[in-house]
Design a protein around this ligand. Structure first.
Ligand code: SF4
Length: 347
């Protein structure tokens, strides 16, 4: 007999769950109880829902599945960084990372299996984009890291960055649904101010975020403010040019008044001249900006090399002189390939 494909129960809204119970001759509030188990308590199975009768749990089991992620492998770096290889219900794997500092723990989560884009310096780009993650698969990565943070660092997770595998804006609806759950009192109740969505810059969707009045922070992986150079390292820039990107960011700032962060790696022989620095300063002028200069983690072929300290200093001095906030971020978790741009399911 052909097995009936059960529906993922977490695709249902609270209202739909309430209706399900009513249509099965039960009380609507039962839907609230189940909803609480699924999200606030992040239940892995119907068995743990102990305030439901055995019959109710069996009825749920007969109708639904909980497509929960499974942390297949956890690696710990010598600097405390943790990388999870996360198995999805269809056996695809993504990675997420916990980055601890003295005062905070940050989860870096994935939004797609592989990536829709093709940045030449990025290990994830070498994986084919297989599919978008569902909201619950993003949510589960955060819950797993929150648990690890409590277990190993004795404190809850404090921040989230969408900087793992995938371009989050290419999975816009699911990323927003996941953030909605993460920030809602029905879910983890985290402040949206502690969440940063990092995009390589899709102008149409940056405008949409502004129109949707999102409350989380925005970071843009810029890496060059010169079209020709940016296109050579991030080929999609030929379609989404810097002037389009800049216009969309201007729109974002007008609507949200929220400062823009630029992620920026300086590579030897690619973007390490004074001309590159001047272009970045010029690009940042239209709105309050912060530039994170990120240390580069080479991927196998070594085509991209971290620029010299002198080149980094040139950036820092010019940005500071022009009153643009700048930080130099050391990379974390390099020994386990958990650093920025290194996520490629190698473990
Ligand atoms: S850097 Fe980000 S957007 Fe670019 S290919 Fe890698 S994962 Fe995708």
């Amino acid at each position: 007999m052909e097995e009936i494909k059960k529906k993922d129960i977490r695709a249902l809204t609270r209202e739909q769950l309430r209706e399900f119970f009513v249509s099965n001759g039960d009380k609507a509030f039962r839907g609230n109880q189940v909803y609480e188990w699924l999200w606030q308590k992040a239940a892995y199975s119907f068995d743990v829902m102990t305030n439901l009768s055995k019959e109710t749990r069996e009825m749920l089991e007969a109708n639904f599945v909980i497509n929960h992620i499974k942390v297949d492998q956890m690696q710990r770096s010598s600097d405390g960084t943790i990388k999870n290889a996360v198995r999805l219900h269809d056996d695809l794997i993504v990675e997420s990372v916990l980055i601890p500092t003295k005062s905070r723990t940050t989860a870096c989560v994935s939004s797609q299996v592989g990536c829709s884009l093709d940045c030449r310096f990025c290990a994830t780009a070498r994986l084919k984009r297989m599919r978008n993650l569902n909201p619950d698969e993003i949510y589960d990565q955060v819950v797993a890291i929150d648990n690890e943070s409590r277990l190993y660092f004795d404190r809850p997770l404090s921040n989230i960055v969408f900087m793992g595998m995938g371009e989050p804006l290419m999975n816009y609806n699911n990323v927003l649904k996941a953030i909605d759950k993460i920030t809602s009192s029905d879910g983890l109740g985290m402040s949206p101010k502690r969440i940063t969505v990092s995009t390589s810059g899709v102008p149409k969707l940056i405008r949409k975020m502004a129109d949707d009045e999102v409350k989380f922070k925005l970071a843009v992986s810029l890496h060059s403010a010169v079209d020709e150079i940016r296109t050579s390292i991030m080929p999609f820039n030929a379609k989404f040019t810097l002037s389009d990107l800049r216009e969309s960011l201007q729109y974002w700032y007008q609507k949200t008044k929220s400062r823009i962060t630029y992620e920026y790696v300086v590579w030897e022989g690619i973007n390490d001249t004074q001309k590159d620095v001047d272009a970045l300063v010029e690009f940042c002028r239209f709105a309050p900006s912060k530039v994170n200069l990120i240390e580069y983690n080479p991927i196998d072929d070594g085509e991209f090399k971290q620029a010299s300290n002198a080149a980094i200093d040139r950036y820092v001095n010019s940005l500071e002189r022009n009153k643009i906030t700048v930080t130099v971020r050391r990379s974390r978790g390099k020994d386990i390939d958990a650093a920025c741009g290194q996520l490629a399911n190698k473990s």
